[in-house]
Design a protein around this ligand. Sequence first.
Ligand code: NDP
Length: 328
Amino acid sequence: MGTFKAIRIDKSEAGYQAAFVYFDDADLMDGDVTVRVTHSTVNYKDGLAVTGKSPVVRRFPMIPGIDFAGIVEESSNPAWKPGDEVILNGWGVGETHLGGYAQKARVKGDWLVPVPKGLTRAQAMAIGTAGYTAMLSLLALEQHGLTPAMGPAIVTGASGGVGSIAVALLAKAGWRVIASTGRPQEADWLKALGAAEVIDRNELSAPGRPLGKERWAAGVDSVGSHTLANLLAQTGYGGAVAACGLAQGMDLPASVAPFILRGVSLLGVDSVMCPKPRRMAAWARLASDLDADKLASLTTTAPFASALDSARSILEGAIRGRVVLEIG
Ligand code: NDP
């Protein structure tokens, strides 16, 4: 008899299945910290894991959920004690290590970061891996030396999780933000988040020319494929695009023209294995820079029971902003 509720993914001759089960503590994987999970979220990768559309899950059975917030229950790691409020993003959780769609998780203490002062656990998960990745993208652009004085910044997939938080963060950092979306009905909401201009994503999603008119100095791209190629082709001299996603596709049908003729840079952003000091810096900046009202405006809160439906909808681009799951 299991002791806590979880979603379990199994793969067998019967096919690929994700279902609610009761899971036993004894079946949790090795780790030096046990966390009572209170909140998780719905990320694009969770959609891939739950549906099996992409081979994200590499161990069966698996509990999906690439991020969670919760309260430490037990710890043999000196950095953590019972009662501490913690966040986990990535490290293969929900892919190779049992994840956040469960009332309990056992992980390595080194993977955890504290919930930053000023944020609740629910807000930390409203940000979640998507928002933390948006901040890693902004940090990458800044570290490259880009400033708002150089021109506008474009955000693709703007109504999604990474995109909506990137819009708010770039605007707060002083950028003139161009939001690219396939959902024109969300234009007013994107402007309220900080977009100065909203464009139709169809302008960018078809095969384009190797070089185009210079339209922006910087970009945050969660879409990939032709969109990323077009972003690069329309980035101004010395500009850069932070690439973090593949909602349109994993391919990059681009030419070297923007790199060799305009000195444009493509900055890769990975949240999963990102070293701890950079994570801490990203979370600290999220706590100080992300406006709580804007965060609330892009967040929907849903019960744990709806996790499978939400995870399927995110792959259809049907989720606006972020979904927080109340787990415990
Ligand atoms: P969402 O589904 O919330 O956002 C993706 C958005 O992309 C959609 O809302 C939609 O925005 C747009 N989009 C969807 N399909 C297409 C398409 N076919 N062509 C063009 N645009 C499309 O997902 P997340 O924000 O959670 O994640 C976004 C991407 O970033 C994913 O690929 C995810 O795997 C990746 N990611 C990567 C991380 C990393 O560590 N590098 C971490 C987190 C996420 P709109 O309706 O506005 O057009």
